[in-house]
Design a protein around this ligand. Structure first.
Ligand code: ZN
Length: 511
């Protein structure tokens, strides 16, 4: 969110009230002398702090992973010292808040250790192989002062020589980085170790890099060519690239998941996945998904997802847009980039339809409820319950996205599509209004693009009404073939499409 805007506003503040903004200086140093112990050591040097007491907080979650993580419970050996070495008094008065009393000192150093247990893109982790520093789980911030600039110096373990991050480095200082505020710091993880960088590539004149721990890519030129096609196709949908550099950061083949950020993504990835054709499509779909998120959720976003509530989490009814439509676009991007076939793409939708239709939860939970309740239900709905009563927006979201796209194309004689909705949201809310959109504003943009109300489709969001697949697939000359004994949800072309059906299908497929 607002990377360039924040930078600009800070620059203006510096010009107008330089002394005020510069009054408080915050610099972190992170060391890791015994990787096998699974601990990071953190020091935060604070200078020119006003007042006699300051609260410092650690986020309870990291944006992109909508689960409460309570990172502060992994903090040990919390200490505060004056420059003379005196111990300052502190009290942990809530689960993630340290109240530090510094009646005479404007300069002091906070230090603590962070225990790590799990190699996952949503948690910090260190072992003998590599360190993954997830900022929300490592760095505290002065309460209410998220907008302060901050520097970070990484001291890698002596056997390691590389650091990868989306942050800008400070010239002339080894492994030292600057963030204009804590939102950006929390958005830029660090991967530290002996890393491998694949050949970088330009798109629209902007450099894109892939750096990872043991990426294991046998054919790097072929893989980076696929990445370049993905970035080119995704950025052609929106028509603009808003960052100055972008880095794909892979934490290695053993980890789990992927999380999107403004100018980087952290993924778990192993090159052996590329070696069979289906695995390659799955891996590239996953990467396209994380990449497209820098538009959809980081910039094209629900109003609730920024500024973030780092204390409680930020709930929204619109994860079906942020996650569901990102799945929709991962399939489209691969097809339009010439990486996947029509059959690959239709079979991906079929898998989502099958997963959704075979869950009893579809009759209990709407997409809007699945979005809002993910904080309690888990990212894929509740598991292990006797009677399934939840759904996953990763399944119903892309399917409803498909129906919306075909409805818009049909209603406008194929003059408009869901791409126009995404472009309008980007332009009107991210670029012009510099904020997210409400549910009402989203509906207005979709219906204006379609040229009229889409009540039935919005019922698919807000109710558990069963989806009329064939009505909407029919707009593109497609149908669900359930002619066998058990439903297979296979999507096929109808025999004799009319001109508009044919045109919609071909432009949707990117021909
Ligand atoms: Zn996602």
């Amino acid at each position: 969110m607002q990377y360039t805007i924040r930078k600009t506003s800070i620059l203006i503040c510096l010009l107008l009230t330089g002394t005020l903004v510069m009054s408080q200086q915050l610099s972190f140093t992170v060391s890791m002398e015994q990787p096998a112990s699974h601990y990071f050591h953190v020091e935060l040097h604070c200078a020119k702090v006003k007042g006699a007491a300051t609260d410092f907080k650690m986020p309870v979650w990291t944006p992109g992973y909508y689960q409460r993580m309570d990172y502060a419970q992994n903090v040990e050996n919390f200490k505060v010292k004056s420059p003379a070495g005196d111990t300052l008094v502190w009290e942990k008065n809530t689960g993630n808040n340290w109240h530090i009393t510094h009646p005479k000192q404007s300069t002091f150093t906070i230090s603590y250790d962070v225990k790590t247990t799990r190699l996952f893109v949503g948690t910090p982790y260190i072992d003998e192989e590599r360190a993954f520093l997830l900022p929300a789980g490592v760095f505290v911030h002065p309460a209410g002062k998220i907008n302060l600039p901050v520097t970070v110096q990484i001291k890698p373990w002596s056997g390691w020589r590389n650091v990868a991050t989306g942050l800008d480095s400070i010239a002339g200082k080894l492994f030292t980085y600057t963030a204009p505020d804590f939102d950006i710091l929390y958005d830029c993880p660090f991967l530290i170790g002996n890393l491998e960088e694949l050949p970088s590539f330009p798109v629209r004149g902007i450099t894109h890099r892939f750096i990872g721990y043991k990426p294991g890519v046998a054919n790097a030129p072929a893989f980076t060519s696929d990445l370049q096609k993905i970035v080119t196709t995704a950025s052609d949908i929106i028509g603009d690239i808003p960052y100055k550099h972008y880095t794909f950061i892979s934490i290695g083949p053993r980890g789990m998941g992927g999380i999107e950020h403004l100018n980087n993504t952290t993924i778990s990835f192993g090159g052996n996945a590329l070696e069979d054709p289906k695995g390659r499509i799955r891996a590239l779909n996953f990467i396209a998904h994380e990449y497209f998120h820098h538009y959809n959720v980081k910039r094209i976003r629900p109003i609730e997802l920024g500024p973030f509530d780092y204390d409680k989490g930020s709930r929204t009814n619109l994860l079906w847009v942020s996650e569901g439509l990102t799945v929709y676009y991962e399939y489209l991007i691969l097809k339009r980039a010439g990486i996947s076939t029509e059959e690959d793409m239709l079979s991906s939708f079929r898998n989502n339809i099958m997963a959704f239709q075979t869950q009893p939860g579809r009759l209990y939970q709407s997409l809007q409820q699945a979005s809002y309740n993910t904080w309690s239900d888990g990212p894929f709905g509740r598991r292990d319950e006797k009677e399934n009563k939840t759904i996953s927006y990763y399944d119903k979201g892309p399917v409803v996205g498909l129906l919306f796209d075909f409805a818009i194309r049909h209603n406008t004689g194929n003059k408009k599509s869901l791409d126009d909705v995404m472009r309008t949201l980007y332009r009107e809310y991210y670029q012009k209004k510099k904020r997210g959109f409400t549910e009402e504003e989203l509906r207005k943009v979709i219906e204006q693009t379609a040229g009229g109300p889409l009540n039935e489709l919005f019922d698919y969001i807000y109710t558990t009404k069963e989806l009329d697949y064939n009505k909407y697939l029919g707009y593109a000359g497609l149908t669900i073939d359930n002619s066998g004994q058990a439903p297979t949800y296979k999507i096929t072309r109808i025999a004799n499409p009319d001109g508009l059906q044919q045109e919609i299908l071909e432009s949707w497929l990117g021909k």
